[in-house]
Write a protein that binds this ligand. Structure first.
Ligand SMILES: [Zn+2]
Length: 228
């Protein structure tokens, strides 16, 4: 409540300087919520994205000034680098709301784990692992494992990091599954394995943060939760 009162004060101060004042509730810059509420906030944002009804935003320059002095993101989103899946868009969030960590196919290694740990180590209550349909990194992995197409340069590290997810998903493959369906099944497995790995991380586990994940549909915009 203290944080919200401060924001309200800031809004009034902004009005006094001729800047546009907006309701304090629009900012949502309170202290981080409980994990369950953080998840609700994230998924509510995705519903707005799907409906095409984003929250009313304060002017970007005003928001930028408000968060310049400190940040209290309510979630870490660990997602793919795909240009069609920017977390701030698909969860309809603003400056200061999310820590975002992105790698191809949300492949994890110790450096990336450290980046994900940063949020929970500083009080962020939620880590959300976000895969997506039609993932190019997962496609490259399957093309290597099924067709022998070796990716160039360091991309083979991405393929190696995603290979365990393919091997896990392969157990559920049957003859009739198309390549695209095998990709999407591997994406779900990749999310499951990543959630499991991050839950076992001592820093994240010790923080009490919730770790969960989902798969984004490029066509509908919906983030469907993946059980792990
Ligand atoms: Zn991807």
């Amino acid at each position: 409540m203290v944080a919200r009162r401060k924001l309200l004060g800031a809004s009034i101060a902004a009005a006094g300087t001729g800047l546009i004042a907006v309701p304090a509730a629009a900012y949502e810059l309170d202290n981080p919520p409980e994990p369950r509420l953080a998840l609700t906030r994230l998924m509510s944002g995705n519903k707005r994205w799907v409906r095409g009804e984003p929250l009313h935003r304060d002017p970007a320059a005003d928001r930028r000034r408000r968060v310049a002095g400190g940040q209290h993101p309510f979630a870490v989103v660990f997602s793919c680098i795909d240009s069609r899946v920017p977390p701030e868009y698909v969860f309809d969030q603003d400056l200061g709301d999310l820590f975002v960590v992105r790698t191809a196919g949300q492949a994890l290694d110790p450096l990336i784990t450290g980046c994900v740990e940063y949020g929970p180590a500083h009080g962020t209550p939620l880590v959300f692992v976000l895969g997506h349909t039609g993932c190019g990194a997962v496609r490259a992995t399957i093309e290597y494992l099924e067709d022998g197409l070796r990716p160039p340069g360091q991309l083979d590290r991405v393929v190696a990091a995603i290979t365990p997810a393919y091997q896990m998903a392969k157990n559920s493959f049957h003859q009739s599954l198309s390549r695209d369906e095998r990709i999407d099944a591997t994406v779900a497995a990749q999310v499951q394995l990543t959630v499991t790995a991050l839950r076992a991380d001592p820093v994240i586990a010790g923080s009490g943060a919730m770790v969960t994940g989902g798969r984004y549909s490029l066509t509908t915009g919906v983030v469907g939760q993946v059980q792990a």
